[in-house]
Design a protein around this ligand. Structure first.
Ligand code: PEP
Length: 256
């Protein structure tokens, strides 16, 4: 039985006040909520504050981050290492987000390198995959997802996906308000799982596959009712404690 994971990607949003209000609100909203793992990925600068606030709230929230370097120390100006993330209690690290692939020209191979380095350091990669609108319209969705996944599978073996999380995020749905329908998302999730099952049925059966792209309280229940959707990676709607908690509660209810 896969336990759903709902993770908030705060992107480049935050201030001391905002982090304090959001996590204080979430600590309260998540009181008594069971059956779902809830994680947040604040900007790296706020990890220290977030770690303290999560502790104050009784550690109901998993701390994550939005990126990692592929070195633990050295002459790499501006980067943040897995050991530094660990030092602040962050465990779930987003890699391969489409914004990093696009704006920072991160290749499948570089993302796979990050995946391997996170695992080597005992952290959980949250590997984002997904197609652009043009690729979707050209019928290339599965080929794109398979290529992005294979960059990990072919270099590290399918077992590398054990204890990792995959986030299927169609780029055309991110931040647009135009989420994939539950049926569309389910069909791609099932195909992603089938692609992994070609290498290992056991890994495919156990791996968490989140959906990401304009998830909000209003469409969460329908998405989570699908058998292959194991939670969500949430952007915009993760910046509101009540709305984000409602998504987490919907996941818990759907998979109970
Ligand atoms: C994201 O950036 O990972 C994301 C899913 O954003 P949004 O929920 O705003 O579409």
């Amino acid at each position: 039985m896969r336990r759903p994971v709902v993770m908030g990607n705060w992107k480049l949003n935050g201030s001391k006040t905002m982090v304090t209000e959001l996590l204080t609100g979430l600590n309260a909203e998540l009181e008594g909520v069971a059956g779902v793992d809830v994680a947040v990925a604040p900007p790296a600068l706020y990890l220290d504050l977030a770690e303290r606030l999560i502790k104050e709230g009784g550690n109901k929230i998993i701390l994550g981050a939005q990126n990692t370097d592929v070195n633990n120390s050295g002459a790499f100006t501006g980067d943040v290492s897995p050991q530094m993330l660990k030092d602040f209690g962050a465990t779930h690290i987003i890699i391969g987000h489409s914004e990093r692939r696009e704006y920072h020209h991160e290749s499948d191979e570089f993302v796979a390198q990050k995946f391997a380095f996170l695992k080597e350091n005992g952290l959980t990669p949250v590997l984002c995959i997904g197609e652009s609108e043009a690729q979707n319209e050209a019928g290339e969705t599965l080929a794109v997802c398979a290529r992005q996944l294979d960059a990990v599978i072919k270099t590290q073996g399918v077992e590398a996906l054990n204890d990792a999380i995959i986030a299927y995020e169609p780029i055309w749905a991110i931040g647009t308000g135009k989420a994939a329908t539950a049926e569309q998302a389910q069909s791609i999730h099932a195909s992603i799982r089938a692609h992994i099952a070609k290498e290992s049925e056991a890994v495919a059966k156990n791996v968490i596959i989140q959906y990401g792209g304009s998830v909000k309280a209003e469409n969460a229940a329908e998405l989570f009712a699908q058998p292959d959707i194991d939670g969500a990676l949430v952007g915009g709607a993760a910046l509101d404690a009540k709305g984000f908690a409602a998504i987490a509660k919907a996941a818990a209810a759907a998979k109970a």
